[in-house]
Design a binder for this molecule. Sequence first.
Ligand code: GLN
Ligand code: MG
Ligand code: MG
Length: 445
Amino acid sequence: DTKTLESIQSEISAHAVELLHLQFIDIEGIMKHVTVTSAQVEDVVSGKIMFDGSSIKGFSPINKSDLYLQPDLSTFCVMPWTKTEEYSEARFICSVKNPDGTDFAGDPRNVLKKTVKRAADKGFSISVGPELEFFLFETDAAGRPTQTTQDFGGYFEPSPHDFGEKVRTDIYKTLKQMGFIIEASHHEVAIGQHEINFKYADALGAADLSTTFKWVVKTVARKHGLHASFMPKPIAGENGSGMHTNISLFDIEKQENAFFDETDKKQLSPLAYQFIAGMIDNVKNFVAVTNPLVNSYKRLVPGYEAPCYIAWSDSNRSALIRIPATRGAGTRVEIRCPDPSANPYLAFAVVAASGLDGIDRQLEVVDPVDADIFAMDAAELKERQIDNLPSSLEAAINAFEEGDFGRNTLGDHVFEEYVAAKRNEWDSFRTAVTGWEIEQYQTKF
Ligand code: GLN
Ligand code: MG
Ligand code: MG
């Protein structure tokens, strides 16, 4: 269903849309928006709405700050929670343009579009299915988030353990009204942790859906007096939240999944093996993007279904890359390190680009590891040549700066702004004195 100015105008009158929120994404993946009235829809659609880019993290310098918003018409939708008989609000997700009409290099959407184009030039479209996990926390009398989870349920547990079911159902209904195709919803392993899965889409569409998903989950949770958090490891000793990313290439000319090959013993194509090899070869150089926070590295430790070793397998959930059992049109690889605090545009760009790099270089994949890697000791890991993911944000940024993978994939502008922002974040953490240090050291020494 391709949307046009005319079809959007009729949706505006059908739902009495009064305000239009023009959303775009900063370098950290945080959604920003400016609001105009629906009377301006023609100007909006023709990209005439301007904003000051110098106040957006990682965007433009103060002396070249005028930027324009170009809405992606397919992202138009009415926000269900604003709807009454005679009033509603809608949003567009926008790309950012320079005053001369060219793509603004600091816009993460534009970065992902370049990787999508790179795949298209080889005859492929990229399909991405992300799985975002999140926690629901109670709020206090002032509405501020507390550290008390909203329930004490566990994996797949139903009500009444899972009070979150009501909230999840409400989130589901809201997402559905906004055009999401929801496939599953369940309580996750940790207390207060949930997952709702939506159908895969092309890479850009999947990043737009992920951004929208986080916004909707937070909005609906708030309506229930709760705080939804996509922080990767909110509670020590409990599972963290991942954003497992399922990815495959679709051959545009043959109109078929390019990772499926009936004749292979695992029914995977040579291209799929090269793609996996490319991910494995580049992963150390991109986790700074898929796992962007100091806190991200507290999730990537043994024992919590999150990966910390660089290996792949058909079924092994202790491996970094897993091949879900589905074959045929659904053949895909699942990379398990990304977490939902990542900027989905940049994360899908680096994951896809790493696989494409494996294809370009015709890399050969190492043997799969089907045993439980968490149970292996250091000697066995060494013998099998199983390497570790970077164990801190600092190690990840250092690796991100090595070689040219990061710079080539994100472009100079985003690469430099990103590294600077992450170095700042690391310095701020490095020089902070934390509660743990006070507890361990203040009285003992
Ligand atoms: N929460 C786990 C993670 O951190 C994943 C658990 C699961 O989906 N089975 O990735
Ligand atoms: Mg899960
Ligand atoms: Mg998964």
